[in-house]
Design a protein around this ligand. Structure first.
Ligand code: MUC
Ligand code: MG
Length: 387
């Protein structure tokens, strides 16, 4: 039975500016959920989004507020006796809020795995792989810097697949940037993520040039509201078109899969609304003949470990993963960092998530964020009072 649920906002600076079509990130705020049970187990979950409300409709603050205000009282009152019952309860009483649901489910599965002595992957049907190849995202905003970053990653055997974030510059500039990088590392897989920035007409001409330049995958080139347009692009081009922002909960993924709107689905546990939902999306894609890619919402190590457990269960994962979130952060919140080596990530094998969090570090960042929020609201209060 659940004894307590604590949520913490944990902002951690990034190692460099991370530029996307929708925002520039200098830090990532992890929303951590810590659940303790009456019989002495504890579990951790995490939700992240990108750029506050720039990327999705939940922000770190809305996730925390909604868990504290609605999820926690409901779970404590109804006292569900399993993860499945808890998620059923949340889905019956709380609409939307997929990111928050994901964080709660992760913490509950962490507990369930620890109680049974098995990793979460085995609760989700069983892993078929122990290693996941991990792409690195080049998003410094500078071509020369991106090329040297990519070459360094290759030399250190850290990554050999590169995703470029484009869409914030004029199209000709973006294409020149991508092609210069591809030409600098011609034998490596280079993909682009447009984060919905182009119109369908712009996408038609841009994708043609990217395809001719040997780019391997085009991610969410147009608005998530233009499902028919995505399908038209998929049918027109040979290069693989990947659906990302448009892939949300399983119901919506079902419609996309049934209509064959993309060659590849990027699956993200937060977008899906949890780990089991992400498994369900993977199964639907498989049945529809759609390829899979293990996406990230730039989670820290807790959400990344959770994602790794999910992706380890996919029967095929031909487009690999981008679970590099923890590597983009300047600090780690685990006592032992996740194991990245030989271009990939090892899926943890210990019970539950298979990780141990460094509570001192977590509380240090959480406290700093509380203090700066308090200072900001004091400043705002006095500024308003004086006017
Ligand atoms: C996205 O849209 O895929 C993944 C990598 C990255 O840099 O941003 C995320 C979100
Ligand atoms: Mg994307």
């Amino acid at each position: 039975m659940i004894r307590s649920i604590t949520t913490l906002l944990v902002p951690i600076p990034t190692i460099r500016e991370h530029k996307l079509a929708c925002t520039v990130m200098r830090e990532q705020t992890l929303v951590l959920v810590h659940i303790q049970t009456a019989d002495g187990f504890e579990g951790w979950g995490e939700a992240t989004t990108i750029g506050g409300l720039n990327y999705a409709e939940e922000s770190p603050h809305s996730i925390k507020t909604n868990i504290d205000t609605y999820f926690t009282p409901l779970l404590l009152k109804e006292a569900p006796t399993s993860t499945a019952k808890a998620m059923q309860l949340l889905n019956q009483h709380i609409s939307g809020n997929r990111f928050a649901k994901c964080a709660i489910e992760t913490a509950l599965l962490d507990i369930e795995g620890k109680r049974l002595g098995i990793p979460i992957s085995e609760l989700l049907g069983g892993r078929v792989r122990d290693e996941l190849e991990v792409a690195w995202t080049l998003a410094s905003g500078d071509t020369a810097k991106d090329i040297s970053e990519a070459k360094q990653m290759i030399a250190q055997k850290k990554h050999r697949i590169f995703k470029l974030k484009i869409g914030s510059n004029p199209i000709d500039e973006d294409i020149a940037h991508v092609l210069a990088i591809k030409q600098a590392i011609p034998e490596y897989r280079v993909t682009v993520d447009v984060n919905q920035a182009w119109t369908e007409l712009e996408a038609m001409s841009a994708i043609k040039r990217l395809q001719d330049g040997g780019i391997d995958l085009i991610e969410q080139p147009i608005s998530m509201r233009n499902q028919a347009g995505l399908k038209r692009l998929k049918e027109y081009f040979e290069v693989a078109i990947m659906a990302d922002e448009i892939v949300q909960d399983p119901q919506n993924a079902f419609r996309l899969a049934a209509d064959h709107c993309a060659d590849v689905f990027a699956v993200k546990i937060n977008q899906a609304g949890g780990l089991k939902a992400a498994c369900l999306i993977g199964q639907m894609a498989k049945l529809a003949g759609i390829e899979l890619y293990g996406g990230t919402m730039l989670e820290g190590p807790i959400g990344t470990a959770a994602s790794a457990h999910v992706f380890s269960t996919y029967s095929s994962l031909n487009f690999d993963t981008e679970l590099f979130g923890p590597l983009l952060l300047t600090d780690d919140i685990l006592t032992r960092p996740l194991e990245y080596h030989n271009y990939g990530l090892t899926v943890p094998t210990a019970p539950g998530l298979g990780i141990e969090v460094d509570k001192d570090k977590i509380y240090h960042y959480a406290e700093r964020s509380l203090l700066s929020a308090a200072a900001a609201s004091r400043q705002q209060y006095f500024a308003t009072e004086k006017t």
